[in-house]
Design a protein around this ligand. Structure first.
Ligand code: S3P
Length: 190
């Protein structure tokens, strides 16, 4: 299995711990901050960031909203499955940020095998407050508030059942990242 960080000597973190081989996988509903938390977490833990949505956009050469419009959601879900399987077989020592629907559409054993799963938990109201029209336009499944709430209610138990650790994501990004690092360090996961 390729370790995408093998060329880089593991460095001591600020908190004195050293990175190991496990991926850190961020899950949670749309708008819960997975991409921004992932970006800072990857810097703080000196891991590469792999954002599943960005990988799909790069390969398909179009934004997510256009993939949904022109290829349909089943095609997007097939891409998610391919990405998850590929990451599972090929990537270690990275921060992996997932799309909000990935845990619903990718088999639980593939996801569990991928790494330490962190669920960024937020109420639907808090998510709504973060979603301006620009953010909604990027997310076809958030175009209708009622159906987004239905999805939220359906997925919350899925996220909870997969998570190794749940994090309250209704905080500043820096604080969320500190919380994640502290939990992983305390459990010896990092
Ligand atoms: C989706 C979430 C989106 C993106 C796509 C589908 C979903 O990612 O993968 O629009 O099904 O919840 P974010 O969670 O980053 O918004």
């Amino acid at each position: 299995m390729a370790n995408i960080n093998t060329k880089f000597r593991p460095k001591k973190m600020d908190s004195g711990f050293c990175c190991n081989s496990a991926n850190i996988v961020l899950i949670g509903f749309m708008g819960s901050g997975k991409s921004s938390v992932g970006a800072l977490l990857s810097r703080r833990t000196r891991r590469f960031l792999l954002d599943c949505d960005s990988l799909i956009e790069q390969r398909e050469e179009m934004p997510i909203a256009q993939i949904f419009r022109t290829q349909g959601e089943p095609h997007f879900r097939a891409c998610e499955n391919e990405i998850a399987t590929w990451l599972n077989a090929n990537v270690k020592n990275a921060v992996i940020s997932t799309g909000g629907g990935l845990p619903q559409f990718v088999a639980a054993n593939i996801l569990r095998n991928l790494g330490i799963i962190i669920y960024l938990e937020l109420t639907f109201d808090a998510i709504l407050q973060r979603m301006d029209s620009k953010e909604i336009a990027k997310r076809p499944l958030f175009s209708n508030k009622d159906s987004a709430l239905e999805l939220f209610l359906k997925r919350t138990p899925i996220y909870a059942s997969l998570a190794h650790h749940k994090i309250n994501a209704d905080k500043e990004i820096e604080v969320i990242v500190d919380d994640i690092i502290n939990i992983l360090a305390n459990k010896g996961n990092i």
